[in-house]
Design a protein around this ligand. Structure first.
Ligand SMILES: NC(=O)N[C@@H](O)C(=O)O
Length: 603
């Protein structure tokens, strides 16, 4: 047996050097059984690893009664989790693993590489192993995992392990210090593998690395933990104490048949009804449902926002807010609950704001109760932390309410489809649902006509001309768009072309995998109607056209500089050709940004 060297910590990865406290050990290879071989000073060594962190595997039925039931999924794309690097994703993209929705199965559906799989799947015959690095949506402590191989029945990864590290700026470099968090465990096909870590480790992590030996697929990767917020320096700053990024957690839910209670605390307004809290229909008189939320910190509560976005026929009739102060995760039966918002009427698809009662009292939990049942998208509880120096009275502080800490309004992008985009314009693609197709080119081509409208409202004799608008002529031009330099991408302005359509078509040849199309319809106040604001993720095979007067953000290319062919009618009169407004902030003064799991900011 070659000499053994006890390493204080192992890192996955081949061919790197590691100070073992005595000599540099060069790890040559970690085989699929975890045997780590290396050499030091020309002498072959076998590396013995420290005793792995202990853990307990639990069943799905035990989940809610375990510590994981009061945790959040730190990796979830809906909370800003992102895939930052991986060795391979030949069959299916790594970013699928962190989607909020459960894995789906579509037998008989194929991509150009193989069977369509809803998860991360690497190519076969890896001689060592694959890995994928996840950036947590928010820094936090880790309590457990769900390595879900749903629908992977002959191609699941057979063995996996998990490491973590903290990297406050950017992403881990090659010499990052990774900590073994979950040792190698075996994975069965088509199953949830839920692990609770035995050590209550208070170490804060920002990134996790999932290793699979030697290759294969994982449907979903959930990283359960608790956010450790980065609090504002100013103790008087009013913040959303329920926000997941500020450590808010749903600790008890009466019913979440259609949508989890923890969705109430996610960033932004979500993309559809599926990412809110929604109960089943009740069929008994005087029914009610509720969610108990442990705030990120004790605090004095000033205002609440109850958002019923996308709930248009199934919003609750009434809501009630209560609060209490206790130091356990779950308030006990005899906890005193104080009403901070009397039973109040709410309506469809709307952000409701309420002034709260008992603003001078300190609370640690809030309970939202809905009557009789229904759906709520988000709950925001604005107040100040109960720490020395924070205001104890309800008098306005130096920090006006609009200075809300850090919780950007965050929105997710959705895939661009002709149907979803129809209110804003047309999608220009090779399979348009409405184009007329004829043979052309001496029978060697299909001609798809009228794939998008081309409109010029400043023609001779038009109403615009009668109002003194100068005539306009078509301008076919090229926009060479530089890629977004920060992700999430923040929105700066919205613009519109009142008298002309404007089409953008990627010219191929170079450019990133996708680009963003951010649009809004015009409101009754002749400004953008932000309830219609959508962000679409368009592929390089899709062009778009904006209808005249549709508000849109300037084109946002992703990852690589992208050339777009553009067609628009212009008169040369600036205010007619393009009307710009600053991007609207919400009622609480927050900017808006779009998260893009799986995409990286350009260098
Ligand atoms: N996705 C997919 O097709 N996978 C299989 O072909 C395989 O495991 O190689």
């Amino acid at each position: 047996m070659p000499n053994e060297i006890i390493m204080d910590r192992r890192r996955n990865g081949d061919h790197f050097e590691r100070e073992n406290g005595v000599k540099k050990v060069k790890i040559d290879h970690i085989d699929t059984n975890g045997h780590t071989n290396g050499h030091t000073n020309g002498r072959h060594v076998s590396v013995v690893l420290p005793t792995p962190t202990t853990y307990q595997r639990i069943g799905q039925d035990d989940f809610r009664n375990s510590i994981l039931g009061t945790c959040v999924d730190l990796a979830n794309a809906a909370s800003g989790g992102q895939i930052v690097s991986f060795t391979d994703e030949f069959f299916a993209q790594a970013t699928n693993m962190i989607q909020p929705t459960p894995a789906m199965h579509c037998p008989g559906r194929f991509t150009e590489n193989g069977a369509w799989m809803d998860g991360w799947e690497t190519r076969r015959h890896n001689p060592t192993y694959d890995w994928c690095v996840v950036k947590l949506g928010f820094a936090g402590v880790i309590r457990g995992f769900d390595l879900d191989t749903s629908y992977f029945t002959g191609n699941q990864a057979p063995v996996a392990s998990v490491e973590a590290c903290r990297c406050d700026e950017g992403d881990p470099s090659n010499d990052a210090e990774w900590e073994d968090i979950l040792p190698k465990i075996e994975l069965a096909p088509n199953a949830h593998h839920i692990f609770v870590l035995a050590d209550i480790n208070e170490e804060i992590f920002t990134h996790v690395r999932l290793n699979i030996y030697p290759d294969g697929g994982i449907a979903r990767f959930r990283i359960y933990g608790q956010v450790r917020p980065i609090w504002p320096k100013d103790p008087t700053e009013v913040i959303d104490l329920a926000f997941v990024g500020n450590g808010g957690r749903a600790v008890e839910v009466s019913d979440q048949h259609y949508g989890q209670g923890s969705n109430l605390l996610l960033p932004g307004r979500g993309i559809n009804m599926g990412d809110g809290w929604e109960t089943k229909r009740s069929r008994v008189l005087n029914h009610k449902d509720w969610v108990t939320i442990r705030l990120g910190d004790k605090g004095r509560l000033r205002e609440a926002e109850i958002d019923t976005a996308h709930f248009k026929g199934n919003f609750p009739d009434y809501v009630l807010l209560e609060a209490c102060l206790c130091y356990e995760d779950l308030p006990s039966e005899n906890t005193e609950w104080v009403t901070i918002l009397d039973r109040s009427k709410v309506g469809p698809h709307k952000q409701h704001r309420f002034e709260l009662q008992s603003q001078d009292r300190l609370f640690s939990h809030v309970r939202i109760t809905i009557f009789p049942d229904g759906g709520v998208k988000r709950l925001r509880i604005f107040g100040t932390r109960g720490i020395p120096g924070a205001p104890t009275s309800a008098q306005p502080t130096s920090a006006p309410l609009t200075r809300i800490h850090s919780s950007l309004q965050v929105i997710s992008a959705v895939a661009l489809t002709a149907a979803d985009y129809a209110p804003y314009g047309q999608v220009i693609e090779s399979t348009p649902p409405t184009a007329t197709t004829t043979r052309a080119n001496q029978g060697t081509a299909q001609k798809l006509s009228n794939v998008a409208q081309v409109v010029n409202l400043r023609l001779p004799g038009s109403e615009a001309e009668s109002k003194g608008r100068q005539l306009a002529v078509p301008n076919m031009c090229i926009f060479r768009c530089e890629p977004a330099r920060e992700i999430p991408v923040k929105f700066r302005i919205l613009e519109r072309h009142l008298y002309s359509t404007q089409a953008f078509v990627p010219m191929g040849g170079e450019g990133g995998r996708a680009y963003l199309v951010a649009v809004a319809l015009n409101g009754s106040d002749d400004m953008p109607d932000m309830t219609t604001f959508r962000v679409f993720l368009a592929s390089q095979c899709q062009g778009i056209s904006y209808n005249p007067g549709v508000w849109h953000h300037p084109m946002i290319a992703l990852e690589e500089t992208t050339n777009f062919l553009c067609l628009v009618h212009e008169s040369g009169v600036a205010e007619d050709d393009c009307h710009e407004v600053p991007f609207p902030r919400d009622a609480l003064g927050r900017e808006m940004a779009v998260t893009l799991p799986g995409f990286r900011a350009s260098a």
